[in-house]
Write a protein that binds this ligand. Structure first.
Ligand SMILES: Cc1cc2nc3c(=O)[nH]c(=O)nc-3n(C[C@H](O)[C@H](O)[C@H](O)COP(=O)(O)OP(=O)(O)OC[C@H]3O[C@@H](n4cnc5c(N)ncnc54)[C@H](O)[C@@H]3O)c2cc1C
Length: 479
């Protein structure tokens, strides 16, 4: 591809700091963090205003020049890495434009990191509940483009549920403004929601109006040992406690062993091993304190966090669902329990090659999915090491499979297409989704094309060609 004319026009339309062709500066934008995708671009655009994004897209539209959009570059399906297209990074769009504690909303630009959004909400005495292990690096624009999930979906929903609307530059360079922070707006098709989850194929999100929530007075976490995914599911039914359950993550023994053996500073909090674990978190809110009372329990409305968790778990203990449990009694212990979950993926690295899936099925079918998928992959590749873990509370399992010790990584990854088909056939059979959180990107395009409902695919293609007839926005992604 040669885009000489476009490049000349882009360079003169944007301020000098708004673009670069310097190989050293561009390099970090061209490689995905795990090294799975490497790309190239003739020009990296670094706009700092929506107006500059619009001006750049207008030029590209006129010349039908393709653009790849990138936020924090933490995506796991390759959509943010260019293959010769112009690369537009949103990381210069980094301002928080508006905060309103009464209306409980914040308007921030697309390149603001998720961590910065959380911190700004916290400063307002409120909470932005989206939480991912990549939150220090990922951008809010990327979170919305991928409709990110994370550990609090069980209570708050995915990124789209946390958003009033977005501002976006469309493929013709026009600006769509959906930033009004309205809790009710029935004026037709919700265009912001159409852009959310579209992985940058319909528009470049330049800002978002985000919903904020009351900040809990305290959170309490417990790591609960159980016999099986069935027991974990039954536990979920017993511990929801209205809307206070804010995390419910499944961890297999193998995963806990990897984290404690392969990563420094992590300890198994139990004295004996157990087959499965659940990391649960509940949020407690302040209630009116009893007059004159100074105890910690009255301070948080009569609920001491440890007692609260112990009481909730008591019924499950009586029902024989719980083998053992550790309830965090300090912030440090609470963080340590969360770190066991957050490091599961990284702790798998030392065992060699892994084949990963990010699937969802109806919550009640998670145990069936795990049993069937484990049996199928072990039959296909003897001694491979399945590691199903993650968001049981949302029916979303990260189904990673480690290579057997007796074959090479390359020999194992040669099985990837067969293993994918096995796993996705089981997912389809259970009425699930082949991408629960990470999106389709370039990684799962073929699987989507083969498996999606034909009417859904047709509608998606019609929307894409209506909004981007020359296919210039993320042209290799999703469809
Ligand atoms: C350690 C780790 C843990 C993770 N955990 C989770 C998790 O729990 N849940 C989860 O959902 N994901 C998770 N992810 C995946 C990833 O962090 C999310 O997909 C995140 O939302 C991507 O944001 P980003 O800014 O890095 O986007 P990028 O990686 O830059 O881009 C991702 C996609 O969005 C598009 N895009 C980016 N910004 C925009 C924009 N402003 N407008 C339009 N399109 C845009 C890109 O073109 C690309 O297709 C994890 C990743 C890592 C590395």
């Amino acid at each position: 591809m040669s885009f000489e004319v476009t490049i000349t026009e882009l360079k003169s339309a944007l301020p000098e700091q708004g673009w670069t062709q310097d190989a050293e500066k561009t390099a970090p934008f061209l490689c995905e963090w795990r090294g799975r995708w490497h790309g190239d671009t003739p020009l990296l655009l670094l706009p700092t205003t929506t107006k500059d994004v619009a001006a750049a897209v207008k030029i590209c539209a006129r010349h039908k020049t393709p653009i790849t959009v990138q936020g924090g570059n933490t995506g796991l399906v390759g959509g943010q890495i260019p293959r010769g297209e112009i690369l537009l990074s949103t990381m210069g769009l980094n301002k928080i434009r508006e905060t309103d504690a009464n209306n409980m909303h914040m308007i921030c630009e697309a390149g603001v990191s998720l961590h910065a959004v959380q911190a700004a909400a916290d400063n307002m005495g409120l909470k932005f509940p989206l939480s991912l292990a990549s939150e220090g690096s990922c951008s809010i624009g990327g979170n919305l483009a991928t409709n990110a999930g994370g550990v609090h979906v069980v209570k708050y929903g995915t990124a789209r549920a946390l958003t009033f609307g977005v501002e976006a530059v469309l493929a013709d360079g026009s600006i769509f403004d959906g930033l009004a922070a309205l809790r009710k707006d029935n004026t037709g098709i919700d265009l912001s929601q159409t852009l959310i989850g579209a992985e940058g194929t319909l528009g470049i999100i330049t800002a978002a109006s985000l919903k904020l929530f009351p900040k809990p007075r305290e959170c309490v976490r417990a790591l609960v040992a159980v016999d099986s995914p069935d027991a974990a599911l039954a536990l979920l039914g017993l511990v929801r406690c209205g809307d206070r359950l804010s995390m419910f993550e499944l961890i297999p023994r193998l995963g806990l062993a990897y984290v404690t053996e392969h990563m420094v500073g992590h300890k198994d909090p139990f004295t004996a091993p157990h087959p499965w674990y659940v990391l649960a978190e509940w949020e407690l809110y302040k209630r009116q304190a009893t007059k004159g009372s100074t105890s910690r329990a009255s301070h948080i409305g009569g609920e001491d966090p440890q007692n609260f968790a112990a009481n909730i778990l008591a019924k499950a203990v009586d029902n024989g669902l719980v083998r053992d449990a550790v309830i965090a009694n300090s912030q440090a212990q609470s963080n340590a329990l969360l770190a066991l979950r957050e490091n599961l993926s990284a702790a798998q690295k030392p065992i060699g090659a892994t084949i990963k899936h990010d699937i969802s099925v109806p919550i009640a079918k998670v145990p069936q999915f795990i049993a069937r998928a484990n049996a199928a992959v072990l039959k296909l590749v003897k001694h491979c090491r399945p590691l199903p873990f993650g968001h049981l509370g949302d029916g979303n399992i990260h189904y990673n499979i480690g290579q057997p010790e007796n074959i090479s990584g390359a020999d194992f990854t040669a099985w990837e297409p067969h293993i994918n088909d096995l796993v996705y056939n089981i997912v389809d059979g259970l009425g699930g989704s082949i991408s629960a959180e990470h999106g389709i990107g370039v990684l799962k395009k073929q699987q989507l094309a083969r498996r999606a409902n034909p009417a859904k695919l047709r509608m998606m293609r019609q929307i894409k060609s209506a909004l981007d007839p020359d296919n210039i926005l993320n042209p290799r992604v999703l469809l």
